[in-house]
Every structure is written in structure tokens, then in C-alpha cells.
Design a protein around this ligand. Structure first.
Ligand code: ATP
Length: 200
């Protein structure tokens, strides 16, 4: 039996948007993944400077975003854990049952990796799928190379046409009553409206 290939896309997803979906699709297509697991962070300690929407609400938004994607799953593993969660720990737990695992990230996250707890352990458990917008170079930032020796051999680069959107920009737009265009999956947009999220 073929070994199952799984990608994990972690994030705050406050809210999930088209950039996240395109990133997951790029990983799925280019790495021939059997499934992609969207994994909202429970207590995003790297973003502790701002008020983050409660994890249960973000989980519901991510479920709405993934609802129409047959190859997508949503994991509540980090949401259900008390206190800060760490990607190396979570991936170790997920990968325990076997298979080949990728942790999917944008190139911006690669630069942040040295600040994570035990990035060495993370790349030992999962390969990294790193999206770059062509023709940007496929370069490992010096600090990441220093923090995780041999990281180059654990990276699969994804070509991804840029989707110029962030959750921050979408929160700002909703607060200002501006249009969010087609950047929000319809089910996510509907839930945001229903719950009255991000309004000033
Ligand atoms: P925020 O604006 O609140 O910081 P965000 O839009 O960057 O949020 P996150 O939930 O922090 O979203 O991101 C989760 C993952 O998705 C990260 O690996 C990030 O690099 C990636 N990502 C976010 N936005 C995009 C985008 N527009 N295109 C490709 N990847 C993206």
C-alpha cells in the first residue's frame, strides 16, 4: 500500500482567506498530497501582541473554508490543548501513525523559524513545503540556515502565484466597512456576517 502523503497548514486563520486556500492547493498539487489538514493555532503566542478571535470561532471559520474541499481536513488538536502549543510537538503527535508529512508555510514564516521552539525537531518529523512567488529566489534566510543545520535538504519549494491578501488587511476592511472582494470563501464571509466579527 502506498504511503499516505499529508500536508499540514497551520495558521491563526483570523480569518481564513483565499491566500490560505491557494497555498494549500499549491502544496496538494505540486507535492501530490493525499490530503491537507488545516490546523488553527490555539494560543498564538507569536501574535500575543493583539487580541486574537477566540479559537473556537476561528475553528468554525476554518471548517467553513474547508467545507467544499474534498481533500481538506480540519484539525482541532491545537485548539483543544490548554496553553501555548508548539508546532514541533503537534506534528510529532500527528505523524505518530505513519505516513509522510509536510508542514506548509509561506516564505515569510521560514524567516521566523529560528524563533520557534525546536525547529530542528519540527523538520525531523516533517518536511517543509515553502511557497515562494516566482521569480523570487528559493533561498533559505541565513538565520534559518544557522538555526537548523541541513534545513535545505528538508525543504520542498512550491511555486505560487501571489494572492495579495492577509487576514490583517481583511480585518481592517471589515472594520472600516470596505469590500473584501472575493478574498473570503463564501461560507466564511457568511459566518463572519452572521457572528458580526471584526466590526469596529
Ligand atoms: P495575519 O495578517 O493575521 O498575520 P495571515 O494572513 O498572514 O494573518 P496566518 O494565519 O498567519 O495568515 O497564515 C498562515 C499561513 O498562511 C502562513 O504560512 C502564511 O505564510 C500563509 N499565508 C498567509 N497569507 C498568505 C497569502 N496571501 N498567500 C500565501 N500564503 C499565505
Amino acid at each position: 500500500m502506498a504511503i499516505v502523503r499529508v500536508g499540514v497548514l497551520g495558521g491563526t486563520f483570523d480569518p481564513p482567506h483565499l491566500g490560505h486556500l491557494r497555498l494549500a492547493e499549491a502544496a496538494r498539487d505540486q507535492l501530490r498530497l493525499d490530503r491537507v489538514i488545516f490546523m488553527p493555532a490555539g494560543d498564538p503566542y507569536r501574535k500575543a501582541a493583539r487580541a486574537v478571535t477566540p479559537a473556537a470561532v476561528r475553528l468554525a471559520l476554518v471548517r467553513a473554508a474547508a467545507a467544499d474541499l474534498p481533500w481538506a481536513e480540519v484539525s482541532d488538536i491545537e485548539v483543544e490543548r490548554a496553553g501555548p502549543t508548539y508546532t514541533d510537538e503537534t506534528l510529532s503527535v500527528l505523524a505518530r501513525d505513519g505516513g509522510e508529512w509536510w508542514f506548509i508555510i509561506g516564505a515569510d514564516v521560514l524567516a521566523d523559524l529560528p524563533h520557534w521552539r525546536d525547529p530542528q525537531r519540527l523538520v525531523a518529523v516533517a518536511r517543509l513545503a515553502v511557497a515562494v512567488r516566482p521569480p523570487a529566489p528559493r533561498l533559505v534566510p541565513r538565520e534559518a540556515a544557522r538555526a537548523v543545520p541541513g534545513i535545505e535538504d528538508r525543504i520542498d519549494w512550491l511555486d505560487m502565484q501571489p494572492v495579495d491578501v492577509s487576514s490583517t488587511e481583511l480585518r481592517r476592511r471589515i472594520a472600516m466597512g470596505e469590500s473584501t472582494g472575493s478574498w473570503l470563501p463564501p461560507r466564511v464571509r457568511a459566518l463572519i456576517e452572521e457572528l458580526g466579527l471584526y466590526r469596529a
